[in-house]
Design a protein around this ligand. Structure first.
Ligand code: PLP
Length: 399
């Protein structure tokens, strides 16, 4: 058996492309704005971006990134530990810690690497890591790289988590890992109960708040939304959503952050985030501090669409965030609906297994206009018959 055999027998992409039903790697020609231009020259309403505050095309963020290129060039060509660090990276760490109310921060090149760094940097043999079944793939990947015992618990099921914690031996050091906001459905983790359970069993808690930062609690995220920032041991974030850039960070106590600075292999053995990315994140953070109403606007836009979809008979998963999940019957129904929506001039994300159960994922930003929101709703009205409600109903209830 040649290891390339599995590549030769993989024809999903080819078949779907032939049928015009391939929902991935769509190329966009222009900025990630609410109107997105396809390479065919057509404009569509973008309802599948994580640009929650609408800042990727903002002149202030672009100017900051350009100034950083002028000063530092395009890349540091090395890890922060050696030749890759700049005052911008250090400043962003101070700003993030201050804004999020955490003692210290460590900046990584991506949010994915931040999760790899914190989880593999801290866990050792005989430790136990308990993860929510719907935690982000980067958390799964990080756990698979540690020698620790990995246990999953059903999504947001605190009774199951309690049983798993109770089953850990007294000597085992335990880490519980959850998403603050679950990116595929937009629901939140039950943070107060998680904090209490971790306290009761002496476990540490890591919250990945990729989709809470810049969205909830005037942008301060899920811990602030629940008023429990001081009770969260570790927070991981990304700059690739509300902060309109690319990069990530881990926040926690000064000694843990200092330890990770010298033990997080995903940072030590990978090049630093380019200064332009860091400058963009700093500028976006500044906008977020000064214009917290942008978070409210993103939420209000999503709530408007959610209400309209409900009136059309769609049963979306209840969400307190700008993410809307429309469960679908199966893979075929998902790609057919995705294509039909695109033909109506609206781009959404088609989510298929193994990422999650089939669904359409929509996300809204502070800068969608009322006309764009109405266009999205009209498109969903037009494709209504492709998305049978009975089946979607069961999936929505199961999510
Ligand atoms: C919950 C969650 N964590 C981590 C990441 C990784 O972030 P990044 O895009 O910065 O690698 C993502 C992005 O997809 C995410 O949704």
């Amino acid at each position: 058996m040649d290891i390339f055999d599995r590549a030769r027998s993989f024809d999903l992409a080819h078949g779907a492309r032939q049928a015009g039903l391939y929902p991935y790697f769509t190329a966009f020609d222009g900025p990630d704005a609410t109107t997105a231009r396809l390479t065919t020259g057509e404009d569509v309403v973008m309802c599948g971006s994580n640009n929650y505050l609408g800042l990727t095309a903002d002149h202030r963020i672009r100017a900051a990134a350009k100034a950083a290129i002028d000063r530092y060039g395009t890349s540091r060509t090395g890890s922060r530990l050696l030749n890759g660090n700049t005052p911008l990276h250090d400043e962003l760490e101070r700003e993030l810690a201050d804004f999020l109310g955490m003692p210290a921060a460590l900046v990584f090149a991506t949010g994915y690497q931040a999760n790899l760094g914190v989880i593999t940097g801290l866990l050792a043999r005989d430790d136990v890591v308990l993860i929510d079944r719907e935690a982000h793939a980067s958390i799964y990947d990080a756990c698979s790289m540690t020698p620790a015992k990995v246990r999953r618990f059903p999504h947001n099921d605190m009774d199951a988590l309690r049983r798993r914690l109770a089953a850990c031996t007294a000597e085992a050091s335990t880490l519980v890992v959850v998403d603050g906001v679950y990116s595929m459905a937009g629901d939140l983790c039950p943070l107060p109960q998680l904090v209490e359970l971790c306290g009761e069993y002496g476990a540490r808690l890591l919250v990945d708040d990729a989709h809470g930062l810049g969205v909830l609690a005037e942008g301060r995220g899920t811990p602030a939304h629940f008023g429990r920032t001081a009770d969260v041991d570790l927070l991981s974030i990304t700059f690739s959503k509300a902060l309109a850039s690319v990069g990530g960070a881990v926040l926690g106590s000064p000694e843990v952050i200092e330890y990770l600075r010298h033990h997080a292999r995903s940072q030590i053995f990978s090049a630093a985030a380019p200064p332009a990315n860091i400058a963009a994140a700093l500028a976006a953070l500044d906008v977020l501090r000064n214009e917290p109403w942008l978070c409210e606007q993103a939420l209000a836009n999503a709530q408007f669409v959610q209400g309209e979809l409900h009136d059309l008979g769609y049963h979306t998963v209840p969400s307190e965030t700008p993410i809307i999940c429309v469960p679908t019957l199966d893979v075929t129904a998902t790609v057919l609906a995705w294509r039909a929506l695109l033909d109506e001039g609206v781009y959404v994300n088609a989510i298929l297994p193994p990422a999650a159960s089939p669904r359409l994922r929509l996300s809204f930003t502070a800068t969608h206009s009322p006309e764009q929101l109405k266009k999205a709703v009209s498109a969903f009205a037009a494709v209504r018959k492709l998305l049978p409600v009975g089946a979607a109903d069961d999936l929505a209830a199961a999510s």
